[in-house]
Design a protein around this ligand. Structure first.
Ligand code: GAP
Length: 448
């Protein structure tokens, strides 16, 4: 049997260890949907929290919102999504499969032996037609066109629509940004590569409003800051690149767009787009809503429609990138000193679902009680895990696979000198630390 690919290994680890499960699995699954399990939900929350902390909590010029997933249909008319948020769709009349016309070269016909769509004698591909990616829905009990709207395909429009309320209800002044994290929905023609392209996913977006004359400068600042963020969280430079769009790829209102791309197991893929959007979005909402969304600067006595820089990241997509980056198989000695292959997730401590695991070496001599006491103490500060089952070496391996940075063991020496061993996931080295210094030791290393 062929050796599984890196992506297959990650998908399997995610299911086995409770990071991600296929959506609706007991009913045969629902393509393009994924459910986050106990470890996955913690890691995804850590990504969101790291993003929010670094972009909102620790900045004076950004505030957050959480807007509704359901919005007035006119929002999507104004934003251009109703008219133009489409992908080119090709149907095969023979096998009924559907493909993205611009991805035929990377697609496979379901007929065996596997070939590209159009390469089997029976294939009957239609001309490409535009397929709108928004999920339609109805608000209220009657399914009529007046009640129709869509599940939001991006979190950004909620921000534009509340721009004036945020200005009026806070004392924040341009230049400033509004941030939002939340679910978005796109009826992707071909969801693929695990959570990379799914139909329901999470975005982390900022709309940064500035004076037109400073917009290029802000665009460059955001582009560089967002690129650096992924590196701070452990992505190696070789696996990360910033790709500036060519002039002919840019929308008419934009002076620049860059994508932060990650080298996924199948090649480069976009993690985040940083777009200079000019005043396009606010002007569209001014036009369609008839409301004045201009900004008055009472220092310069200048009234203008701000320009916008939009760093738009995928939380669930970066979840996959962080997992791909962290996944490693290395060799370490087993309990008898023989080399053993271990799977380890070298996740940045800020992203690790569990920060430390606490073990009693054996289930006697008061060790479980002491270990449980330490577990309860640490639980007040961060996510920890208690485990007393099986050989300690096996317990270490389980935590390595879950990406837990530290394992603490209470052993026979603990009752004599009030110390525990702390084992580092990455080096597997152990050191003895006094019980009353454990919290400080961990905090120092988890927040580096
Ligand atoms: N408001 C701008 C906007 O939504 P986008 O490039 O369409 O821009 C931003 O999306 C980010 O959202 C992408 O860089 C990606 O990380 C994430 N994303 C988009 N579609 C996705 C999908 N189908 N599945 C998972 N993540 C997706």
């Amino acid at each position: 049997m062929a050796e599984p690919t890196l992506l297959e290994k990650i998908v399997s680890l995610c299911k086995r260890r409770g990071f991600v499960y296929p959506g609706s699995e007991i009913y045969g699954g629902l393509t393009g949907t994924w459910d986050y399990g106990p470890l996955g939900v913690e890691m995804l929350r850590n990504i969101r929290n790291a993003w929010w902390h670094d972009n909102v909590t620790t900045r004076e010029d950004i505030v957050g919102v959480d807007t509704a997933i359901l919005m007035h249909r006119n929002v999507w008319k104004a934003s251009g999504h109703e008219e133009a948020f489409t992908d080119p769709l090709v149907d095969c009349k023979a096998c009924k499969a559907r493909f993205r016309a611009d991805q035929i070269a990377e697609s496979q016909c379901p007929k065996k032996p596997s070939k590209r769509p159009g390469e089997h004698a029976e294939c009957q591909l239609t001309e490409a037609r535009k397929f709108n990616l928004m999920f339609k829905t109805f608000v209220g009990p009657i399914e009529e066109s007046a009640a129709q709207t869509y599940l939001r395909p991006e979190t950004a429009q909620g921000i534009f629509v509340q721009f004036k309320n945020v200005c009026d209800s806070t004392r924040i002044k341009v230049p400033f940004g509004i941030a939002q994290v939340g679910k978005s929905f796109r009826n992707e023609i071909t969801p693929k590569q695990f959570v990379f392209r799914s139909r329901e996913f999470e975005q982390m977006e900022i709309e940064f409003f500035c004076h037109p004359t400073t917009s290029r400068e802000w665009y460059e600042k955001w582009r560089d800051a967002r690129f650096a963020w992924y590196k701070q969280l452990g992505i190696k430079s070789d696996n990360l690149r910033l790709r500036e769009h060519d002039k002919d790829e840019l929308a008419f209102y934009s002076v620049g767009t860059s994508d932060v791309e990650y080298m996924f197991p199948w090649g480069w893929g976009e993690l985040e787009g940083i777009a200079h959007r000019g005043d396009y979005d606010l002007q569209q909402h001014i036009k369609h809503s008839g409301k004045d969304l201009s900004y008055y600067d009472d220092e310069t006595k200048d009234r203008f429609v701000p320009h916008v820089i939009e760093p738009s990241a995928g939380a669930t997509r970066s979840f996959l990138a962080f997992l791909c980056e962290a996944y490693q198989e290395d060799q370490i000695p087993d309990e008898k000193g023989k080399p053993e292959v271990r799977t380890v997730l070298r996740l940045h401590p800020r992203l690790a679902p569990v920060k430390a695991a606490i073990f009693p070496l054996v289930k006697k001599d008061g060790m479980p009680e002491r270990a449980m006491g330490l577990y309860k103490d640490l639980q007040r500060h961060f996510g920890v895990f208690y485990d007393e089952k099986g050989a300690v070496g096996r317990r270490y391996r389980r935590q390595d696979e879950a990406g837990t940075p530290f394992c603490l063991t209470i052993d026979g020496q603990t009752s004599q000198d009030q110390t525990v061993t702390i084992r580092d996931r990455d080096t597997t080295k152990q050191e003895r630390v006094a019980l009353d210094k454990v919290l400080g030791y961990l905090i120092e290393r988890l927040t580096r």
